[in-house]
Ligand binder design. Structure first.
Ligand code: NAI
Ligand code: MG
Length: 502
């Protein structure tokens, strides 16, 4: 039973009851604690091309919605092929005349400046990120924004040490790169894409996701304040057709995409036969494997963090729990107790654990897959928490009695939905964990170091976390096997994907 802290108060309903029979979440409420920092949003955002905000050639804009309450947050410019051309022309010019000519130690100064300016405006960016995407403020404040700054700091440190990226070889930038990022970590994915490309001396055309463009455009203000040569980074906004124009543009010597496996395949098909370099970070269906000797309470925290973090909008989410049969009942019981205490609601509230689903389309996708789980005979558990009447929300959901043939065990749900399967032997765990089209990440919970080492080689996943989950660091390369994509982001390996060896 968790202990009470001073910030929790009994409701009238629960007053007078003795502590042991209380079920948390059902009976104890927090006072609302909304974050109040000003996100400093403009009503309308233009494209960022050649160091300036410019109106789109079409004159058209689309709305970015706050998914927590379905209100309009800002208008975003709709870029067409002419705008994408202009962005590539600006990037090409910066590559041949300014940024591409700077020595690494000069580039480093600019990248450090980006990191520091982001830190200066951290709270403002966290609030904007939460309002545009729906993630809890405690995550955008404590994870997304600091981690984005850390990526710029780390890569700034590399910019004057590039002789050590590929020992014995010299490296050179590729040229102009085209990048597309998704809506689950809008600012952080922007940092993952921009920082290594800039450190290497490339120039960039990047497109954020249509539901979450705001922090990228706020970051354009930081790019201006840092004094980067105009055209070094160009930000175009729009939907899939704008994205296709960014990926297919003849000026792009390399393209980097993070998003769905489906769109990744479309891009790979359309670029097959060209000489563009490509990296793809696509979907996942990770197994979080718990053995009977694991510290179960810690494992339950790791499972909860693995799947409910950011509403499960995480490509490496631990969406399949594989639990050793002897402890399966105990783990499931602990998990249900813990899930009852999760707070679902206003993402700007500092106590919220699970915020809003990013869009109505994504909510519908989650609902459909969850309905398929019920239909195929898995047993569903959801806590009886109240959801806000406006906005897109989904209760944390656990399916037990899941078999490998169920859609919820195979398809990426990208929502707060966990499928629980059991295993008897280590070999069975490995077989089930690897029995997926994906291979981005996995988790292992056990007391035995030898088991961790064995599993980390046998699991076909780019990252294997041991006795923890969803831990990130700019020094660690991240990327997938199989349909989860190819190429790495972060660390020395990530830099290698943005250079040529000379
Ligand atoms: P998506 O793959 O359509 O969107 C990702 C990005 O690609 C966005 O910026 C989008 O505008 C762009 N895009 C869309 N069509 C394109 C095209 N033909 N050419 C170039 N760019 C294009 O993902 P969506 O539809 O938003 O989400 C669908 C599912 O994809 C989710 O339910 C989830 O399972 C998965 N997903 C995985 C992500 C990951 O990090 N691996 C991120 C986002 C979604
Ligand atoms: Mg939005």
């Amino acid at each position: 039973m968790p202990t009470l802290t001073a910030t929790k108060r009994p409701t009238k309903r629960s007053a007078g009851r003795s502590a042991p029979e209380l079920i948390f979440g059902d009976l104890w409420e927090y006072d609302p604690a909304p974050e109040t920092a000003d996100p400093k949003l403009k009503p309308r955002y233009d494209l960022f091309i050649g160091g300036k905000f410019v109106a789109p050639a079409s004159g058209k804009y689309f709305d970015s919605i706050n998914p927590a309450n379905e209100t309009k947050l800002a208008e975003i410019a709709l870029a067409n092929a002419a705008d994408v051309d202009a962005a590539y022309a600006a990037a090409q010019k910066a590559f041949t005349t300014t940024w591409g000519k700077l020595p690494g130690k000069e580039r480093a100064k600019y990248i450090y400046r980006l990191a520091r300016l982001l830190q200066d405006r951290a709270r403002e960016f966290a609030v904007a990120e939460t309002m545009d995407g729906g993630k809890p403020i405690k995550e955008s404040r404590d994870f997304d924004v600091p981690m984005a700054a850390a990526h710029f700091f780390y890569h700034a440190g590399w910019a004057d040490k590039l002789d050590y990226v590929a020992p014995g070889r010299k490296v050179a930038p590729l040229g102009v790169v085209g990048q597309i990022i998704p809506w689950n970590f809008p600012l952080l994915m922007l940092a993952w894409k921009l920082a290594p490309a800039l450190a290497m001396g490339n120039t960039i055309v990047i497109k954020p996701a249509e539901t979450t463009s705001v922090t990228a455009l706020k970051f354009a203000e930081i790019i201006q304040d840092a004094g980067l040569p105009p055209g070094t980074v160009n930000i175009v906004t729009g939907f899939g057709d704008t994205g296709a124009a960014v990926m297919n543009h003849p000026t792009a010597v390399k393209v980097a995409f993070t998003g769905s496996t489906e769109v990744g395949k479309i891009i790979m098909r359309s670029l097959a036969g060209t000489d563009k370099n490509m990296t793809m970070e696509l979907g996942g269906k990770a197994a979080n494997i718990v053995f009977d000797d694991a510290p179960l309470d810690q494992a339950v925290e790791g499972i909860v963090n693995g799947i409910f973090f950011n509403q499960g909008h995480v490509c490496c989410a631990g969406s399949r729990l594989l639990v050793h049969e002897p402890v399966a009942a105990a783990v499931l019981a602990k998990l249900k107790t813990r899930i009852r205490t999760l707070r679902v609601g206003d993402p700007l509230d500092k106590n919220t654990d699970i915020g809003a689903i990013n869009s109505k389309e994504q909510l519908t996708r989650i609902e459909k897959l969850v309905a398929s789980g019920v239909k195929e005979g898995a047993e569903m558990f959801q806590p009886a928490c109240k959801l806000p009447s406006k906005g897109y929300y989904f209760r944390p959901t656990v399916f037990s009695g899941v078999s490998m043939s169920h859609r919820i065990a195979r398809e990426e749900i990208f929502g707060p939905v966990l499928s629980v399967l059991t295993f008897r032997t280590l070999d069975e765990a490995v077989e089930k964990a690897n029995n997926t089209a994906y291979g981005l990440s996995a988790g292992v919970w056990t007391d035995k170091g030898s088991r961790i080492l064995k599993l980390s080689t046998e699991l076909k996943a780019g990252v294997v976390w041991a006795n923890t989950y969803n831990k990130f660091d700019p020094t660690s390369p991240f990327g997938g096997y199989k349909e989860s994509g190819f190429g790495r982001e972060g660390g020395r390996q990530g830099l290698l994907d943005y250079c040529k060896l000379v």
